[in-house]
Design a protein around this ligand. Structure first.
Ligand code: SF4
Length: 330
């Protein structure tokens, strides 16, 4: 195992600078309207009336969080939320404003998009993320009964045709074994994947996984290391949670580019946030941006590039977030 991680670290350093950063995924809504929930998801523990009730954020709140990402030096992971919650026109406006703040296009993780939708969003997006989670067909059917892989593969094929990139999510600890790595290798090759998010299962109370041990850092690292060695230039995110900061060093050494799934706003400046940064240093990586220190932010200046319609409310929201973050900042 140690030899594998060392080899992966070597491959990483041959292809990337010795740096890392935190990557933030931004959600515009929360609900799950599938017939049958994924068995690992906390949504599966909620009664149908509760889990299907969409909680939608305002555009100014999303733009304020985007400004925080930029100012703190975090990468913008992807924009995520329920499909059809925003009309395509509203989505285009959100994407456009987000691009203005970041000065670049973004990834979207908003379900299976049609070719027509991808064409509409194309001026503002780098590519699409497919939530694959687990590749063994039997396990996938059991764990994600209403989220078949076929339509995602179809979206990946069409996105490639129109010149977009493809990314995928994978959760380890769902019952697969490392022998299944060959399925991942084949999937990445066949579907033109240029970015992967490798999460370790976060066990939710009330789900079928309750009482089980979460995947160890060595196991998650092995998936990342094998992926890095097989795909030297792939963009790999490692997903951690607030209680897994000590996973960071080995996951980065295994070849992850950046760290996601840490609750960075809520835990800003916390001991766990400090640990994430320290673990990155232990792995020999420079940590770009910060999870602990808040820079001076001129709110009026930052909202200046946004459409007038959203400007004042975004400024208000941004001040609220900063106040909350200031409490933990060193
Ligand atoms: S993980 Fe599965 S159950 Fe949870 S919100 Fe996504 S689709 Fe729904």
């Amino acid at each position: 195992m140690r030899g594998l991680v060392e080899q992966a670290n070597k491959v990483f350093l041959e292809n990337f600078k010795p740096e890392t950063c935190f990557e933030r995924a931004i959600f515009y809504s929360w609900a799950c309207k599938l017939d049958k929930c994924c068995t690992f998801c906390y949504m599966s523990t909620l009664p149908k009336e509760l889990r299907t009730k969409e909680r939608v954020r305002s555009i100014p709140s999303l733009l304020a969080e985007t400004i925080i990402c930029k100012k703190l030096g975090w990468d913008y992971g992807f924009l995520s939320g329920g499909i059809g919650v925003f009309s395509d026109e509203k989505m285009v406006r959100l994407l456009k404003e987000t691009n203005k703040i970041l000065g670049e296009k973004i990834w979207v993780n908003i379900g299976v998009l049609s070719k027509k939708q991808m064409e509409k969003f194309k001026p503002y997006i780098k590519g699409v993320v497919g939530t694959i989670e687990v590749l063994d067909p039997g396990l996938h059917k059991k764990i994600c009964p209403s989220k078949p892989i076929g339509p995602v593969i179809n979206m990946f094929r069409q996105s490639k045709e129109i010149g977009l990139k493809n990314a995928m999510t994978l959760i380890v600890g769902l019952g697969e074994t490392i022998e299944d790595f060959k399925l991942l290798e084949q999937f990445i090759k066949e579907n033109n994947i240029s970015k992967i998010h490798i999460y370790g299962l976060n066990i939710q109370e009330g789900t079928v996984f309750e009482g089980q041990d979460p995947p160890t850092k060595e196991y998650q690292a092995e998936w990342i290391a094998r992926t890095r060695i097989a795909f030297p230039k792939l963009d790999i995110q490692c997903g951690i949670w607030s209680d897994r900061a000590e996973y960071v060093c080995i996951l980065l050494k295994a070849g992850a580019n950046s760290i996601s799934k840490f609750p960075a706003l809520r835990k800003f400046g916390s001991e766990a946030a400090k640990k994430v940064e320290n673990e990155a240093r232990k792995a020999g990586r420079k940590f770009r941006g910060s999870l602990t220190r808040l820079p001076e932010i001129n709110v009026e200046k930052e909202v200046g590039c946004i459409d007038k319609e959203y400007r004042n409310l975004t400024a208000k929201k941004l001040r609220q977030y900063l106040k909350q973050m200031m409490k933990g900042s060193s």
